[in-house]
Write a protein that binds this ligand. Structure first.
Ligand SMILES: Nc1nc2c(ncn2[C@@H]2O[C@H](COP(=O)(O)OP(=O)(O)OP(=O)(O)O)[C@@H](O)[C@H]2O)c(=O)[nH]1
Length: 865
């Protein structure tokens, strides 16, 4: 800060008309100077035009806030006779008006021209400001010096909406009631959610029914279920081949066991005895629905997620299914949140009545198998935060049983623990809206979807005329987390059960998929013919917001592409080895395979259609931006993107890994490199959107094998590449051994399409900073290093090795409860240094994670792409 700035008071002799430094800074909008002068004790209110008034005239809301926070007088006039509220109302500075009102400023004072703040806002057409003034208790019948009310002023200046608002407030006489509704009460707005996940037929719906059963109906649940059990076909899950759960080769079966399974996501708001209101999400076990579950599985401390498994199934099947669902949930939760932001996860073993388990006197089933399954799962997924240490064992059809009491008691304990966090968030507006939603749903029964502006307009009309945009945003957030509405982009779905069952349940059902167009491409009319329950355009907008489809302009005709419906087979000749452009000696080939870590199989399958939506977006952008010759051809679990003379093939192989191959003619190494990099970025973004918590491994394909069109091209595992990078003096000199062809390949060939000059635009992974590690990798390291280790080789020793003293780490101001996470987000060292320290500590488990999942390289700029 320049030394020429003096303290304010010396510049502001009383009554002087010269500008003080503060006024000068306010006029110029210099935030730093304002901060300095405030700290130096400048006279904030030196006049006749105080700094606050000047900042407001310049519409510099930030500076005005700084001055108000510092204690500037907001009840003084400037040389024009205006108070700050007059200026803010004239200019429509809603935030300032709001702050001034909450500071208790006088909202009815007239300026020198005899106009009140309400008249000024009405005259200038600022309806949000009018609402704010009215909610703050301003007299709506206040008259100006010509004895005219503000609504007449509004009419005179053509602001009929304001006139109407003031008129309605007067006629209904509910202004005070509306204002009170907006003030938070001391009540809590806590609504827990219970999410039930598991394979088909494990008993999710039965649990929901039992939770909802009253005392009387519960007597009938058991007998009716016995009836239905008789007709229950043996689950195909039971007939699965026994699997080694650590292998990549295994496959899970997701077939539906019966016709009557849940379609989509059944959402119910239930009042559970001894617990209170709970929103229960019953997620179908049918695979076709998995691709939209991420929209409903956001991390929240207010949720209990139950993973159900059938105790009749072989133990390996139980473990494999539970691991799948646990990984599924963890992948969909953002990885860098403090542990307290995640809800609890509980395992529930079902069908215990059909096993040889015994019951204790108090009715508790004893099933060592369930606990064994939990222990195996814990070993295989050690980093699951908040997985409860005890599995419940239940006969889903007996509501009044010990297990249901345990489940209710878990929910009730969660409520007790969490209630404090939401105390003071309940408003009268929320209460009124909950009742009003039922009427609104009836009005929009056919298609219960509104845009945010329409929702806001109706809410103001029917519930509270004074609700501001901020009030409505907050309300929507509350309603969304309660499961009362579902907000996505600009849309508000006002019936979540409709969305879960009638829309998603129908459109992603196996039945619909079977009859869908095999290309997955629909015109609006085609779509309307297939789904005539409501207006196709509205549904298509919603499905686009859910990333289920994408609108494309194909030769001037608007069409919608649904990759989930696309069941076209792979065409022969898509990657023809004889294509003369790519069969010449110096043509360029390169490729990458993306894996999830061992044990997390099948997670890509539900993401791939989203990835195809993103690829379509990219191809349309490439087309409009570069006017290049771009083409995207998509089929079931595969896409071919071509840009000018470059080609790429993106496929999901064996349901397990994504393969990306790129090729170009001679002299296109730079283009190929950036083409591949851009495709990878698109895929990574799509994966992140759906699975922000998923760790990705990047395996590099042998370019020689790709060029030779080998059936089984060799793939270099990331840990062998990373290790070579760490050991080599110069990364560019690295060669890796391809055992299939018994040849060496250089890193330049493998990653840079043979063009060494590209190195100047790259950062190698080992020199990247530890902070650059992705959230899921950090979380995995936390799972390994947080628990105290018997020889002390945990985060603590690591911190010392990395040069941080314990006091420094303990003193770090971080919200994260994990010590390792604090260390990783603050340590200023390279990934290579972290690997060396972990080696020294003999923590090969953590080294393995890093070597497999740390980035191999990062492209600095891709302007050449
Ligand atoms: N004996 C017994 N039968 C059960 C139990 N849990 C579920 N069932 C029966 O198993 C069948 C399938 O149960 P659901 O509750 O519909 O299974 P779900 O998990 O909701 O399956 P989807 O909706 O297809 O995902 C029904 O006939 C239930 O009565 C249990 O604990 N014991």
């Amino acid at each position: 800060m320049s030394g020429s700035l003096s303290r304010g008071p010396s510049y502001s002799p009383a009554g002087s008309f010269e500008n003080t430094a503060l006024q000068f800074a306010a006029r110029r909008g210099s935030i730093e100077q304002i901060r300095y002068l405030i700290e130096s004790g400048a006279d904030l209110d030196a006049g006749p035009d105080p700094a606050l008034h000047l900042a407001l005239h310049k519409q510099n809301v930030f500076i005005a806030h700084l001055l108000l926070q510092a204690g500037a007088d907001f009840e003084c006039r400037d040389s024009h006779g205006d108070y700050p509220i007059h200026i803010a109302c004239t200019l429509g500075l809603l935030d300032i008006v709001h702050t001034l009102c909450s500071l208790g400023c006088s909202v009815e004072v007239a300026n020198q021209k005899g106009l009140s703040p309400l008249h000024l806002a009405a005259k200038n057409g600022h309806i949000p400001v009018v609402r704010c003034l009215c909610a703050s208790g301003c007299n709506i019948d206040i008259r100006n010096s010509d004895n005219i009310k503000a609504d007449i002023t509004a009419l005179k200046y053509g602001h009929n909406d304001i006139a109407e608002l003031l008129d309605r407030l007067r006629v209904t006489g509910q202004r005070d009631a509306f204002a009170r509704q907006l003030v938070p009460t001391s009540k809590s707005a806590l609504r827990l959610s219970l999410r039930l996940l598991g394979h088909c037929g494990v008993g999710k719906t039965s649990v929901v029914k039992s939770l909802g059963a009253g005392l009387f109906s519960s007597l009938f649940r058991r007998s009716s279920s016995l009836q239905s059990n008789k007709s229950r076909p043996s689950s195909p899950i039971n007939t699965q081949i026994e699997m080694d759960v650590t292998s990549r080769q295994n496959s899970l079966s997701f077939e539906s066991p019966a016709n009557n399974g849940t379609n989509g996501i059944s959402v119910q708001n239930m009042s559970i005895s001894n617990v209170g209101d709970v929103t229960v999400y019953d997620f179908s076990g049918q695979e076709s629905y998995f691709s939209v579950y991420h929209h409903f599985l956001w991390p929240t401390p207010y949720s209990l997620t139950a993973i159900l498994f059938n105790l009749e199934d072989p133990p390996t099947t139980q473990v494999q299914q539970v691991c799948f669902w646990l990984n599924f949930i963890l992948a969909r939760e953002s990885a860098d949140l403090p542990t307290a932001e995640y809800g609890q996860i509980v395992l529930i073993g079902t069908h215990v009545d059909l096993t040889r388990a015994v019951k204790t006197q108090n009715g508790e089933w004893l099933s060592p198998d369930a606990q064994k399954t939990l222990e195996s799962v814990r070993k295989m997924v050690p980093h699951a935060p908040n997985l409860m240490s005890h599995a419940l064992v239940v006969d889903c059809n007996v509501p009044a049983s010990y297990a249901f009491k345990q489940l209710k008691s878990i929910l009730s304990n969660m409520r007790q623990e969490l209630i404090q966090q939401t105390v003071g968030t309940w408003t009268g507006l929320l209460e009124a809206s909950l009742t009003w939603l039922a009427t609104l749903q009836k009005d929009y029964e056919q298609f219960p979807v509104l845009t945010r502006p329409v929702f806001a307009e109706i809410l103001r009309c029917q519930v509270n005329l004074l609700a501001s945009d901020d009030h409505i945003d907050e309300l929507l957030q509350q309603l969304h987390s309660m499961g009362e509405v579902f907000c996505i982009q600009d849309l508000v779905v006002i019936s979540v059960p409709w969305l879960g069952v009638q829309l998603i349940g129908e459109l992603l059902s196996n039945h619909f998929l079977l009859h869908a167009r095999v290309t997955g491409v629909y015109t609006t009319d085609d779509f309307q013919a297939s789904y005539n329950q409501c207006d196709a355009l509205g549904v298509l907008d919603l499905l686009e917001a859910l990333d289920v489809c994408i609108q494309c302009d194909i030769d001037g005709e608007i069409e919608y592409e649904f990759p989930i419906y696309n069941h076209m087979e792979t065409l022969e000749g898509l990657w023809d080895s004889r294509d003369p452009r790519y069969s010449i000696k110096d043509s360029k080939y390169g490729g990458v395979r993306l894996y999830t870590p061992p044990g997390t199989l099948h997670l890509f399958k539900s993401v791939f259609p989203h990835l195809q939506v993103e690829l379509r977006k990219v191809s349309m952008q490439l087309y409009t931006n570069n006017d290049s010759d771009t083409d995207l051809y998509q089929w079931y679990m595969g896409s071919k993107l071509c840009a000018n003379e470059l080609e790429s093939l993106i496929t999901l192989e064996e349901d397990e890994y994504i393969e990306i191959k790129v090729r170009g003619p001679n002299d296109t190494s730079v283009q190929c490199f950036y083409f591949l990099d851009n495709i990878l970025k698109t895929i990574e973004q799509a994966l992140f959107k759906v699975c922000p918590g998923l760790m990705i491994e990047k395996h590099v394909m042998s370019s020689q094998d790709l060029k030779a069109h080998c059936d089984e091209p060799f793939c270099y595992e990331p840990q062998s590449i990373s290790t070579s990078m760490l050991e080599a003096e110069s990364t560019l000199d690295i060669t890796l051994f391809n055992p299939i062809r018994e040849k060496h390949e250089t890193i330049v060939e493998l990653i840079m399409f043979g063009n060494v000059e590209l190195a100047s635009n790259m950062h190698w992974g080992c020199v990247s900073k530890v902070q650059d590690l992705s959230g899921p990798v950090k979380l995995k390291l936390c799972g390994l290093l947080d628990p105290p280790e018997k020889h002390g080789r945990d985060w603590c020793l690591l911190a010392l090795k990395l040069g941080l003293c314990q006091e420094k780490i303990a003193a770090l101001d971080s919200q994260h409860s994990s010590h390792t996470m604090r260390l990783l987000t603050t340590a200023d060292c390279s990934i290579g240094a972290l690997v060396s320290s972990l080696h020294e500590l003999d923590r090969e488990d953590a080294v393995e994670v890093l070597l497999r999942s740390a980035p191999l390289f990062r492209v600095i700029e891709s302007s050449n792409s």
